[in-house]
Design a protein around this ligand. Sequence first.
Ligand SMILES: [Zn+2]
Length: 273
Amino acid sequence: MKPEIITGLPSGVKEKGQRVDFRTEQFDLAIQTKGYRMWWSRAAVCPCRNNEQTDQPDIACSICKGSGRWHFLPELGLSTGDKDSNGNTVEVNEDGDALLILAICTSATQDPQIFEKFGEWTFGTIKVTTQPGNKLGYRDRLVMLDAEMSWAQLIEFDGADTIDVTGGYQRNGLRYKCINPIQLRSVARVFKNGADYQVNADGGLDWFANKPATGTMLSLNYTINPVFEVFDHVYAFRNTLVAKKKLTASKAEQHTTMPVHAMAKLDYLVEGA
Ligand SMILES: [Zn+2]
């Protein structure tokens, strides 16, 4: 028997009335109605890493502040109120490095026994699904706008009137924007929110009184919006063919992109973050 090449259906088999299409518009609707609000930033490797000695980031770098990566707006040049390339009105964060998107978040494991022990936030990992246009990339940052969690850290006080948000690699600042301070103290004394300091508009702390001596080690517990980092293989290029009432259309015309799906982890749990 001669080998043959098949490029169509065998004779007698009809496509009409039998095919099942993925209804992308229904998935869009689900994301629109059930998605959480997220600040999305793209990530890139910081050029300060490109030194011949170590490949390590520069701790004093003004772009990445020592993290080795920096974040920027997914679609450059947009401001709040502008229209994106799909014609939708966008919202940009105050720092100008994140765009507001909606994402469905589900927990990372299907094993109900793990839920019983650890709750839905197992190991700080979530599955994120976004609309097809929002093509999440490796190490992109997602800040969950409507959720709050507590965070604790040390600060080496540098004597300034403000403790700024500096990210995770500088000892004198906050790793995250502070929403609500719970406890701030040194070994010698407890500082009171409202009397000794208060949160400023940038999520840092302003001192009023009782400023500690320069070099004092402070312990701060505060609430933050959870910050996630995309860490797993991203289905950024999932596609499908949807015919609807255009069965005679070419494959190219039937082609539709599908929602983007990625795994993300609380950024301080990501190795090397
Ligand atoms: Zn850098």
